[in-house]
Design a protein around this ligand. Structure first.
Ligand SMILES: N=C(N)NCCCC(=O)O
Ligand SMILES: [Zn+2]
Ligand SMILES: [Zn+2]
Length: 313
């Protein structure tokens, strides 16, 4: 087997120069094949408040230039153990949500092929639906670990079924989710009514609310999550607004009282050895970011995610 082609060597080409791929990894076209692909879905037509997540993928790439090859927290070299590459962005229609969802689904299917793991950079949370459809084709009903301030199980907005507040309701209706083993993490903020929580529970989602992080030891929370997911194939859907606006100001629907980046990174690391089969990281909206705070948090979450994937260490 050929050695994986890693990121550009920062001792030869300084980090701030050259092509902007995630972690300065090679592009898919420049490697014989890849085991793990990062790709961007620059789509935000589903947002209900501040727009701008369409600029998320390139912002996260730009904010990932300082990542280094060795991750001491996981004793891992994620770019050395297998081929990771950046597959660029998919061209999605910003004026037609249905068409965009179809394009995302087809592209995800094509890119994953028979064996590749996809890490998708959004884009708003609408994009989780087509991504879950492709996971379902491979694994059947899939355990979803959903990091978010919001439930995203709402029914419609202005009568529209496909928005960033509704992907998990649609996915539930399509039978894509294994509710015995699915969970929200980081919920908080005002709701439309108490029924919002009841409906999510009725669908079958368990939940760790953000406020529980204030009083419960992190290891206890990680244990609860691991027990819920078990040995099932797990899909991670990470809305960056799970972080407190202090740690992720660059997002469209910020809510106070969220996780710190340290807490989120520790929870992600705590998922090591579970069967994580894919992930998305959504809702980074760079227009509201400062000094790449949100972009850097997103890049580091993806980096640790690469290390917890089966075979990532
Ligand atoms: N950020 C996501 N995915 N959803 C937020 C929807 C909240 C709302 O507009 O009421
Ligand atoms: Zn959210
Ligand atoms: Zn969301």
């Amino acid at each position: 087997m050929n050695e994986p082609i890693g990121p550009v060597d920062a001792t030869r080409v300084p980090r701030y120069g050259g092509d902007t791929t995630f972690a300065r990894l090679p592009r898919l076209a420049d490697v014989p094949d890849a085991d793990v692909l990062l790709w961007g879905v620059p789509f935000d037509t589903g947002v209900s408040y501040r727009p701008g997540a369409r600029f998320g993928p390139n912002h996260v790439r730009q904010s990932s230039r300082l990542l280094r090859p060795y991750n001491p927290a996981m004793d891992a070299e994620p770019f050395a153990v297998r081929q990771v590459a950046d597959a660029g962005d998919v061209g999605v229609n910003p004026f037609d949500i249905q068409e965009a969802i179809g394009t995302i689904e087809r592209s995800a299917r094509e890119l994953s092929g028979t064996r590749r793991t996809l890490l998708t950079i959004g884009g708003d949370h609408t994009i989780a639906l087509p991504l879950l459809r492709v996971q379902h084709e491979r694994h059947g009903p899939i355990a979803v670990l959903h990091f978010d301030a919001h439930l995203d199980t709402w029914d419609t907005y202005f009568g529209a079924p496909h928005t960033h507040g509704t992907p998990f309701r649609r996915a539930a209706e399509e039978g894509l989710i294994d509710f015995e083993h699915s969970m929200h993490v980081g919920l908080r903020g005002p709701l439309y009514s108490k029924l919002d929580l009841d409906e999510s529970e009725r669908l079958g989602f368990a939940a760790v609310h953000s406020r529980e992080f204030a009083r419960t030891p992190l290891d206890t929370i990680i244990e609860r999550i691991r027990a819920r997911l078990g040995s099932r194939p797990v899909y991670l859907s990470i809305d960056i607004d799970v972080l407190d606006p202090a740690f992720a100001p660059g997002t469209g629907t910020p809510e106070a009282g969220g996780l710190s980046s340290r807490e989120l990174l520790e929870v992600v690391r705590g998922l090591a050895d579970l069967n994580v089969v894919g992930a998305d990281l959504v809702e980074v909206a760079p227009a509201y970011d400062h000094a790449e705070i949100t972009g850097i948090a997103a890049a580091h979450v993806l980096y640790d995610l690469l290390c917890i994937l089966p075979g990532g260490r």
